[in-house]
Design a binder for this molecule. Structure first.
Ligand code: SAH
Length: 351
């Protein structure tokens, strides 16, 4: 117990930007260039201990051990697809919580899908990640380290990041923002903001706040329905923030940032996959500068939702396209290692 308390009192230095790290080290009576060195070890070399930091003096290492925590996730399990190079990782956090992340290999590079929370409190009906509720927010360092650990594991650069794993990123707003700052920092992993996508179920006030940051990231909205009524059925968050208000915030996001919105639409057989749903959707979003990503729902055993017939997906796509909307159908990757989003963590928790 005592050790645990000591641990939590330590400064989480991997969640600090270089300036904040400098201020901390100066307060320790150290020279400010030490911050540059330690920052480089953490965010470029992905060091797993202070001991590895070979250009740091022994006495300063001791000070770091005493006062600072270095967040490093423990790889508990990896499921590697034999069909493509997709892999699902289960990581353990310092407090024993588990989270999952996914690596996908594309022609344009390696993309990693990260979790932003342990669990989720949004309650979307088709989603496995929310079944156990929210445990806690992830720190910026815990979000970053999912990417660092995967990059070290595969021995290749990660060029794209999607915040689409477990959790609602805009429900962990401040940590998300710091994470984005560190991830796109030229002294860190230096991932271009244009290669980062943040997906939200539609927490409107925080979308508005984010718009004012004028970042160059892509904002993806989990829409999944073409009417308020149907959206409420699938996503409890819709009761709080209505579809009209949501679409207005999307428009505002585009005006503020110049970034085209992506709408994600999970097609659920017999629920939201009918031609009239497509026509309604087209009517709703036609005026917006946007892109639609159709995702045949990934069935989870706790719910009775099923995938639409293959033809229904193509018909749905065509109806949108005829209205001048650009549409992609998400290619399913790592089919053999799957189970829907959040299932790996859930299986592990149930054990
Ligand atoms: N909370 C955020 C990000 C995490 S979910 C959000 O809601 O956007 C990432 C995406 O996966 C969302 O579009 C979500 O609706 C979708 N999703 C969740 N479970 C799914 C399932 N079983 N099948 C298909 N898509 C799913």
């Amino acid at each position: 117990m005592e050790r645990e308390m000591q641990y939590s009192a330590k400064q989480d230095i991997k969640s600090l930007n270089q300036k904040e790290l400098e201020n901390l080290f100066v307060s320790f009576g150290e020279k400010s260039f030490r911050a540059r060195q330690v920052y480089h070890w953490m965010h470029v070399k992905h060091a797993t201990s202070f001991d590895e930091m070979s250009n740091i003096s022994k006495s300063f290492k001791e000070k770091l051990e005493e006062c600072c925590a270095l967040t490093v996730l423990r790889q508990k399990l990896v499921q590697r697809s034999t069909l493509d190079e997709t892999a699902k990782y289960l990581f353990e956090l310092a407090d024993g919580n588990m989270i999952e992340s996914v690596r996908m290999k594309y022609k344009h590079g390696n993309s990693v899908c990260i979790s932003s929370q342990a669990g989720c409190r949004m309650g979307c009906r088709f989603c496995a990640s929310t079944l156990g509720g929210l445990t806690r927010n992830l720190t910026p360092a815990e979000m970053l380290d999912q990417i660092y650990r995967i990059q070290e594991d595969i021995g290749e650069r990660v060029s794209h990041v999607v915040v689409m794993g477990t959790g609602e990123p805009l429900d962990n707003y401040d940590h998300l923002l710091k994470f984005l700052e560190l991830l796109s920092d030229e002294n860190g992993l230096n991932i271009s903001q244009r290669n980062i996508t943040v997906s939200t179920c539609g927490i409107v006030p925080n979308m508005r706040k984010l718009a004012k940051e004028k970042l160059q990231i892509t904002l993806a909205i989990s829409l999944h329905a073409s009417s308020q009524e149907k959206r409420e059925e699938l996503m409890p968050v819709a009761r709080k923030y209505g579809i009209d208000e949501l679409l207005k915030a999307c428009e505002e996001y585009f005006v503020q940032t110049g970034r085209r919105i992506t709408f994600e639409y999970s097609l659920v057989g017999g629920v939201n996959d009918q031609p009239q749903d497509a026509r309604k959707l087209a009517g709703l979003i036609r005026g917006l500068n946007c892109h639609v990503n159709l995702i045949p729902v990934n069935p989870i055993k706790e719910r009775a939702y099923v995938q639409p017939a293959g033809q229904a997906v193509m018909d749905f796509k065509q109806i949108l396209e005829k209205q001048g909307i650009t549409v992609t159908v998400r290619r399913e990757m790592g089919r053999d290692i799957d189970g829907a989003c959040g299932q790996l963590r859930r299986r592990q928790m149930n054990k």
